[in-house]
Design a protein around this ligand. Structure first.
Ligand SMILES: Nc1ncnc2c1ncn2[C@@H]1O[C@H](COP(=O)(O)OP(=O)(O)OP(=O)(O)O)[C@@H](O)[C@H]1O
Ligand SMILES: [Mg+2]
Length: 259
């Protein structure tokens, strides 16, 4: 089997008395869509914040493409191509689609022999169009203002921006929670596109149908402990819900037995 893109080993993290994560192992394989599920407070977001360097674990190791890494900030994880999709709140409504995609990494062009640096609006519009095409995000013009777009379209732009141009891992924490049903399918489509482009995706969601629609494998956290790690094809929603709630007491680990 190909080397995992990400391997987290025995990750523990407490906040004061709260043991948010206890010895959690997590593997993410190339081009895999991994679902992470669990009740409120189970530790899902914390695990992803450890992976992206927002939080440092109390103990445990992280490997990226086989090499041990230590992320002191999201900047470090991003430099390796691990991208967290922030929700549409992070998009600037009064800017255009292209400006949002390039926010923080604007293209510039030099004029007057390098004395003047100007924003390269055309270059950004072209680049944005290419990213949108690649992800099959249907937005007629990169010049549209983001505030005129639907929730699903905004979420897609947020993905396009995070994916940027060479993300290897994209993490989405509840990307569809605030969306109308018909908008959800657009986000799920984008996830499939990412997979086709060899990007590994981690999807956190409380919406079981979304998880079962796009994920290859499902990890279940309960009170900071990993209690399930199963291929989607070997499980069903009832079983996953039982793992989430604790109705099923025994952990179910069909994947990633001790390395
Ligand atoms: N910055 C923090 N400071 C203190 N406690 C925190 C912090 N972040 C998370 N926690 C606690 O850690 C536990 C895990 O929280 P986390 O946000 O990871 O859960 P979650 O699985 O993402 O839940 P949800 O589905 O509600 O988003 C919770 O008990 C939470 O209150
Ligand atoms: Mg959360």
């Amino acid at each position: 089997m190909a080397e995992p893109v990400v391997r987290m080993e025995k990750i523990s993290k407490s906040f004061g008395p709260v043991r948010a994560l206890q010895n959690v192992d997590l593997v993410l394989n190339p081009s895999e869509v991994l679902g992470i599920v669990g009740d409120n407070g189970a530790g899902k977001s914390t695990l992803m914040k450890v992976l992206t360097g927002v939080h440092q674990p109390d103990s445990g190791q992280i490997y990226f493409q086989g090499r041990q890494v230590r992320f002191n900030s999201p900047h470090d994880s991003r430099a390796l191509g691990i991208e967290m999709v922030y929700q549409d709140l992070a998009l600037a409504g009064n800017l255009t689609v292209a400006e949002n995609i390039y926010l923080g990494r604007e293209l510039t062009k030099k004029r007057l022999g390098g004395l003047v640096k100007l924003l390269d609006h055309r270059g950004m519009a072209e680049g944005a169009t290419r990213v949108l095409e690649r992800l099959k995000i249907e937005i007629h013009s990169p010049h549209f203002q983001v505030e005129t777009l639907s929730g699903g379209q905004r979420q897609a732009i947020a993905v396009a921006r995070s994916v940027g141009f060479d993300a290897k891992v994209v993490i989405m924490d509840e990307p569809t929670a605030a969306l109308a049903v018909k908008e959800v399918s657009k986000v799920l489509d984008v996830i499939r596109r990412l997979k086709e482009h060899d990007v590994a995706v981690i999807l956190i969601s409380h919406r079981m149908p979304d998880i079962f629609e796009v994920c290859d494998r499902i990890v279940v956290l309960r009170q900071g402990v990993k209690v399930g790690d199963v291929p989607r094809s070997h499980t069903n929603m009832d079983e996953i819900v039982a793992l989430i709630t604790g109705a099923q007491k025994e952990a179910l680990h069909l994947c990633q037995e001790v390395a």
